[in-house]
Structure formats: C-alpha cells, structure tokens
Design a protein around this ligand. Sequence first.
Ligand SMILES: Cc1ncc(COP(=O)(O)O)c(C=O)c1O
Length: 252
Amino acid sequence: MDFPQLANTLYLDNAGSLPVPSPIVLNHTKDLLENIYGNTHSGSLKTSSAIQQTRTRILKHFNTDENYYTIVFTSGATAALKLLAETYNWNSKSYYYQKESHTSVVGISNIVSQTKNMPVEKCCFALEEERIKDLSTKKGMVAVTAQCNFSGKRFDMGWIANEQSKVHVLVDAASFCSTSTFDLQKYPADFLVVSFYKMFGFPTGIGALLIKNTAADMLSKSYFGGGTVQSIGVEPLYYSQKTRLYEKMEDG
Ligand SMILES: Cc1ncc(COP(=O)(O)O)c(C=O)c1O
C-alpha cells in the first residue's frame, strides 16, 4: 500500500499537499544509504550528474527543454516568487496580479513598492481574470494562477501564447501541478513557479522557478553566497559570480 497512513482515513486536501507516499520515502532512504552524494556545489560527479538529469527530466515533464527554459531550484513556490520579485528589473514597470492569487503572489507587491519607492497602489494592481488578458501592451509583470488553492478553480491560460506581448507573464502553477501537468510549449509563460512536495508528497522544502531564456535578461541578482560564487577576496572586496543563470540564482 502506497499510503499506509491513509488506512481508515478520508483525505481531502490533495491540492494543498499529497500525503507522503511510502515508496518514495523508502527508495529515497535506500538511495541515500547506498550512495555518497557530495555537496551540490563541490564538483562531486555523482551529485552533479544526478542534478543535471533531474533538471532535464523536470523540463521534459513541462514539455520543454533547456534551449527554451532554465530551472532554478528553490525551497518552494513562495521562495521562487520571492527570488523572482527580488531579481526582476522593476524600473518603469508595474505589477499586475489576479485577484484569486495565493498570498505569496500578493506579497510581491511590497517588494515592488519598496524597490520603486512608490506607494503600492501606484505600481501594483489586483485585477479580475478578464482584465488580465488585455495587458499585453503594458510594461511589467502579470501574475496569474493556474489553479486557485482556495476554490480549486482553474483559469484559462490560452492567451499566454501571444509572443508580441510586452508584459512578462508569471504563472503560479503550485496548486495546478499537484494533479495536472503544465505544458510550457502550449502556454509559454515567462516565469513559472512550482512546489514539488505538492506533486510528490515527499520531500518537502523543494520547488522551482522556471525562467524562459528570452526573459532571463530581466533578472539581476546582488546577493551572492555559497555555490553562486566563482571567486572571492575581502580586502578589497572582490567577487565573481558563476556564469550560468541557475548557478547565479541558486545560493547556498
Ligand atoms: C497556488 C499556490 N501558490 C503558492 C503556494 C505556496 O507554495 P509553497 O508552500 O511551496 O511555498 C501554494 C501552497 O499552497 C499554492 O497553493
């Protein structure tokens, strides 16, 4: 039985998180006990190749590949949204988000307002679903939710295909992906956030920000730490960051 903890129990929260499946826990534990994985940033061949394979498989799952998208691992969908908000170039741009958004999407407005040093109501706008589709001439980012985590309602993503659009499209697919697959070829969002514990139930603490490669030049990051650093000196302060997008974004 994959879910022994569900014996004699009715579980109604699959959109929030899948219960922990025993085969994943058992295989994961076996793998850790039988193999030696070095630190992710220390050049361990086994670790690097496992991570590379995982990146490729995840992109395939979303019907794309590394020619079009880059995957940045984070600790969850919220961390992915925060990372995006902190690195996006908000200069002369606004933030639009769907009214039925998760708190983590709404929270971006504080970062935008502080970065632009502007009252939130002048640069961040909560909109009804119908208005979201008409923003293609606006400069900035529009955040939509593929599935509302509160009502379970799914929203039309068909309009995302518009390549002429000026506005960058962020899709929060955290809840949607727990029971469906988001197709990035069909709906080529500029940014997509997901949370893997909602898809697999175990382990927690891992999610991702998927970045369309053509939107990557909108992001720049000032913090550096751990594996993102290529070289460093402290007197005088000098550092260089690694060059690949995911290497720059995945601190620690
Ligand atoms: C639609 C949606 N977005 C974002 C999140 C936040 O995900 P995480 O727990 O990975 O930060 C959730 C979690 O329930 C969600 O349902």
